[in-house]
Design a protein around this ligand. Structure first.
Ligand code: MD3
Ligand code: FE
Length: 200
């Protein structure tokens, strides 16, 4: 569905993953985080993100004092990122029909984490879609047009999937807050967001 008719290209599938599929995906992410531990990036200005991050796939997004970029290795271990699970590659293919993603950013939120309004523009081809999968606690997601019109919010719950295609690809977006305790999927609580992209 298209929740906001004035943001065409923002596609949303509430409850796209049933609970068993969410649990299976969480287990795959946990296996990946054992290999590529979540870390807390800093902005180019040196401010720590409240969100912790890691990646799966040939390329991973990162931020440090040198800037934002995609790179093939974990900044702390120096090892390649673990592969993107097949379940996520199939989901991307089914929803987008686009050539396969080469990057999956894993954002880990505790109840106090946030993500400020931003655009995703570090990918080589900004005509390629982004697909996002939410697991765990519900987030208050904010989105508005690329050129600074009004923003509005949508709750993203565990199992919800969205795709940012065409004119929505450069939308401004962020996470206002996490509704702590809203899901029991992740032991100890929290939210994990997976974003699949073509970075290179
Ligand atoms: C709209 N992640 O990783 S997911 C990000 O919930 C990011 O962790 C948020 O913003 C999160 O960059 C939001 C939904 C999303 C992802 C990518 C987008 C919305 C987007 C790219 C373009 C426009
Ligand atoms: Fe983003």
């Amino acid at each position: 569905m298209t929740p906001f008719p004035d943001l065409p290209g923002f596609l949303y599938w509430p409850g796209r993953l049933e609970v068993a599929a969410q649990a299976a995906m969480l287990a795959e992410v946990e296996a990946a985080t054992a290999e590529a531990p979540p870390y807390r990036p800093v902005t180019p200005g040196g401010r720590p993100f409240s969100v912790r991050m890691t990646n799966m796939g040939p390329l991973g997004w990162m931020s440090d004092r040198a800037g934002y970029r995609y790179q093939p290795t974990h900044p702390e271990t120096g090892r390649p990122w673990p592969p993107i699970p097949a379940s996520l590659l199939s989901l991307w293919a089914e929803l987008t029909g686009a050539p396969p993603p080469d990057a999956c950013l894993v954002n880990l939120y505790d109840a106090d984490a946030r993500m400020g309004l931003h655009q995703d523009r570090d990918e080589a081809d900004l005509t390629q879609p982004v697909v996002s999968v939410s697991l765990g606690d519900t987030a208050v997601f904010r989105i508005g047009p690329a050129d600074g019109g009004r923003t509005r919010t949508l709750k993203l719950a565990s199992g919800d999937v969205c795709a940012l295609t065409g004119p929505a690809r450069l939308a401004r977006h962020g996470i206002d807050r996490i509704l702590g305790g809203s899901s029991s999927l992740i032991p100890g609580g929290g939210r994990i967001n997976l974003t699949l992209r073509r970075a290179g």
